[in-house]
Design a protein around this ligand. Sequence first.
Ligand code: ITT
Length: 189
Amino acid sequence: MKLKVITSNPGKVIEYQKAFAKFDVCVEHCCVPYDEIQTSELEEVVKKGMSELRAKGLRNFIIDDSGLFIHVLRGFPGVYSAYCQKTIGNDGILSLMKCVDDRSSTFKCCIGCDIDNKTIIVTGKCDGHILYKETGNNGFGYDPIFTFDGKRSFAEMSIDEKNVVSHRGNAVKLLMSELTSLGLINTNN
Ligand code: ITT
């Protein structure tokens, strides 16, 4: 089975290639721009993006909208994660969290999948904490300031290790189980 991954983010593409390889799904990267509306729900962004891409004639594809939700900041940056990363970046988040003890946060990844004229939307989560400084050179975006296990940041993990526990890895598992139960894919994984 083949799926197009539509994103401007090469970091996501590598994670999808590795995660889907385990299920024998071949991933092809396509860079097709679409509007990301400003709303309070990742799912709404995904639904709108999918209809725009379908209207452009695209089929058998996935998109994802992801965000880092910091509990003490009432979910900020959340749906504003892309803008926040571009403007204040990880340093800005660390400054906001300077004297804050409660560092709990959740990464979320909402995947929208168009397959055989059906739409599947799943959201994977990963609970963790914001570190006190950037650590590690792997990954992208907020990876150097987020830890799942309190020991290593996502940027200190390999892609395979991150996929086992991450919001995106969990979303892929949910998607594969939906595809299997709908009979759209055969997998023994
Ligand atoms: P596309 O929308 O083109 O797919 P994007 O990078 O803008 O690419 P998002 O809007 O989903 O993707 O991401 C919001 C922000 O969160 C953005 O700055 C990402 O770098 C960051 N982000 C998303 N997933 C991440 C992950 O697994 N690890 C670290 N940062 C992540």
